[in-house]
Write a protein that binds this ligand. Structure first.
Ligand code: ZN
Length: 662
């Protein structure tokens, strides 16, 4: 592992310990094999002057909810150092009491809640303290004889602390171990089965010690040929084996039913994931526990391993989870949902599940690192994680339970999965973004490759696809399923506003193009998505037709006929799919000018044609309002949500009111 320290970058923060703390914290955060998604924590000790002119020692410690990769000064909580060091002397304290006392000792009430490892940072007598859950270090300690191996790697350079629960108990343990200790003899501290600390009196030395110590662990793995023991094979998905996507959608459905809310399920069919899933003893080694205990919140103690028969089912996983709960529960804890958070799928890869696309992506990262660490440890002599009672302690930790209780309501489409065609601009883009803002994971298709760029936020996937090409469309739908695990909302939106040609001059090309894109491509999409929607949650299809259906215009034969056919197609779909609970509704927008079809030039020409200004032309409807892509997207979201839960086959205009339709 290389140090990312850069003198020029660092010089911008010179003389400011907190800014340097931010700088090296971000360096640690950039390396996923050190910390993943909120893992690890860092601190710096400084002195400040109070309002009354007194000098006071402070510990700036990473706040909970912040990620080292993106942390800012505001992500560190200033806590009175003396309060923390005195807390370490208390014989007993619950973690809830500890957090409350730490918050009360903050000198800025607006700062985030200090990390649960604040006391531990406080008792280490160095200005800078860095803590990570480095894969290589934890993997070595998660083996039979792991402690001896760690001592072999580091000799006397680090303190070795046996595993105890993070939080007050850990701080207290280190406090006891270090009484009378000459800290300056050590460069760091390894917490078995958990992670590693480094320290120093300047930002660079603490950070670079972390890099050196982790490099020593990596070298150890390399020397013992463990580093290269990570297996890679081609997933069966790459061979075009049919059936993976429908099975994934079924797994997602079963897991979501157990959780009581829809989940996102992301398939990793990379060579590394398929290699891990195909290990001959995978059902044993994958079920021995996580890499580091705080992963249990994201992954549960064990995955579901699909090995066929009852033992490989979601239901059997849930039964096993309930038994695990019963073995360790105390009367005051309530069981969490028994749905798996990751699945080992031999021949295919791994699946990560979560309540949102972000959660599933976090679980996927953890699973990738876990698979690697397991294989390193196996090469050293065997993967041995913590016993399940220790995992239960962390999974049902009072602080985690409190966090769950405090969690606010989730956005309306949380866990839902949508597909929108024609999503690179205009109505499709506005719809994809609005569904995503309201919590849905959304795949957008468009023939314009810009779709891959405009849909780049978490939970958004843009795919270049010509929806009139059946093969390409099938591939795109399957890619969407592999990324998010199913389909609940389909917005069939792709279309073209055909050039105006009266019937006697209408070209075959114009007619064909309109029918192919505005009608036939929608039929192909329906055929592909219906089986997935049957496995969806409150599944719905929303078809973007046109005001031209109830009120056609001269010169719009190609367009109006195709859109009328599309409306009829949707009505038949509403009839056929009602028994499956799939709602199909149609919207008829009119004069939505902020789309790719309308340039300023075209607008001016049209307005002139009617003897109007552009503004008059835009508002040429009963209400005298301009209809935007956002307005249409809002109607799509309403149609996808509870307001339309009992409506199917409806045709709703969004046109400012038209006397020809009313
Ligand atoms: Zn930790």
């Amino acid at each position: 592992m290389k140090s990312l320290w850069n003198d020029k970058e660092a010089s911008r923060s010179e003389g400011d310990p907190l800014r340097l703390r931010v700088y090296t914290s971000r360096l640690l955060g950039q390396e996923p094999s050190l910390v993943l998604h909120g893992g690890g924590n860092t601190s710096v000790k400084t002195t400040a002057t109070t309002l009354f002119g007194d000098r006071e020692d402070l510990l700036y410690i990473k706040g909970s909810g912040w990620d080292l990769a993106t942390i800012e000064e505001a992500g560190f909580a200033p806590v009175q150092l003396q309060v923390l060091t005195r807390m370490a002397e208390l014989p007993r304290l619950t973690d809830t009491e500890m957090v409350r006392a730490q918050r009360a000792a903050m000198t800025d009430p607006g700062a985030p809640t200090p990390s649960v490892e604040a006391i531990l940072h406080a008792i280490i007598p160095f200005t800078f303290v860095d803590h990570t859950h480095a894969d290589a270090v934890v993997a070595i300690s998660n083996t039979p004889g792991g402690e001896e191996r760690i001592r072999e790697v580091y000799q006397d350079r680090v303190l070795v602390v046996p595993y105890v629960m993070p939080g007050f108990i850990l701080a207290r343990k280190v406090f006891e171990l270090s009484r009378g200790l000459d800290w300056s003899r050590y460069e760091g501290m390894v917490l078995l089965h958990h992670g590693i600390f480094s320290w120093g009196n300047d930002a660079r030395s603490s950070y670079e010690r972390m890099i050196q110590l982790v490099t020593m662990a990596e070298d150890y793995l390399q020397k013992r040929k463990a580093w290269t023991a990570v297996r890679r094979v081609t997933s069966s998905t790459a061979h075009g084996v049919n059936g993976v996507e429908p099975q994934l959608a079924r797994l997602r459905r079963e897991a979501s039913l157990l959780r009581g809310a829809p989940m996102i399920a992301t398939l990793d069919d990379s060579a590394e994931a398929a290699g891990f899933a195909g290990l001959p003893d995978v059902s044993s080694i994958a079920s021995r526990g996580p890499l580091t205990p705080d992963h249990v919140i994201r992954t549960k103690p064990t995955p579901l391993v699909l090995i066929g028969g009852r033992s490989g089912s979601v239901e059997a996983f849930a039964a096993g989870y309930r038994e695990y709960f019963a073995r360790h529960a105390t009367p005051e804890v309530k069981p969490l949902d028994p749905a798996p958070r990751w699945i080992v799928w031999p021949g295919v890869g791994t699946v990560a599940l979560g309540p949102s696309a972000k959660d599933a992506a976090i679980a996927a990262d953890i699973v990738r690192h876990t698979g690697r660490a397991i294989q390193w440890a196996e090469a050293l002599g065997g993967w041995r994680a913590l016993p399940e009672e220790n995992l239960f302690e962390v999974e049902y930790w009072e602080l985690e339970q409190a966090k769950l209780k405090a969690a606010g309501s989730s956005p309306p489409f949380q866990g839902k999965i949508a597909l929108v065609t024609g999503a690179a601009s205009g109505i499709g883009l506005a719809t994809a973004e609005m569904l995503n803002r309201q919590g849905a994971a959304v795949t957008g298709l468009d023939i314009n490759p810009a779709v891959t760029r405009v849909l780049q936020k978490p939970g958004l996937l843009g795919l270049t696809c010509d929806v009139t090409d059946g093969g390409a469309l099938k591939e795109a739908v399957e890619t969407a399923i592999r990324r998010f695990g199913g389909l609940d909302i389909v917005v069939s939106n792709a279309g073209i506003f055909s050039p105006s040609e009266r019937l006697e001059e209408l070209s075959d090309a114009n007619w064909e193009q309109s029918l192919t894109l505005n009608l036939t491509s929608h039929r192909m999409l329906l055929e592909l998505v219906i089986p997935y929607l049957r496995l969806g949650f409150d599944p719905t299809i929303i078809v973007n037709a046109s005001k031209n259906v109830p009120a056609p215009g001269p010169g719009a034969g190609a367009y109006s006929v195709a859109k009328a056919g599309l409306t009829q197609l949707a009505r038949v779909a509403a009839l056929e799919l009602a028994k499956d609970g799939i709602r199909v509704n149609i919207l008829h927008p009119h004069a939505v000018f902020d789309t790719a079809a309308w340039t300023q030039e075209v607008l001016e020409a049209r307005a002139k044609n009617y003897g109007m200004t552009v503004d008059q032309y835009k508002r040429n409807n009963l209400l005298g309002v301009e209809v935007t892509s956002q307005d249409v997207a809002a109607l799509v979201c309403a149609m996808a949500g509870p307001a339309f839960a009992k409506t199917t086959g409806a045709q709703v205009p969004v046109d400012g009111g038209s006397d020809r339709v009313i």
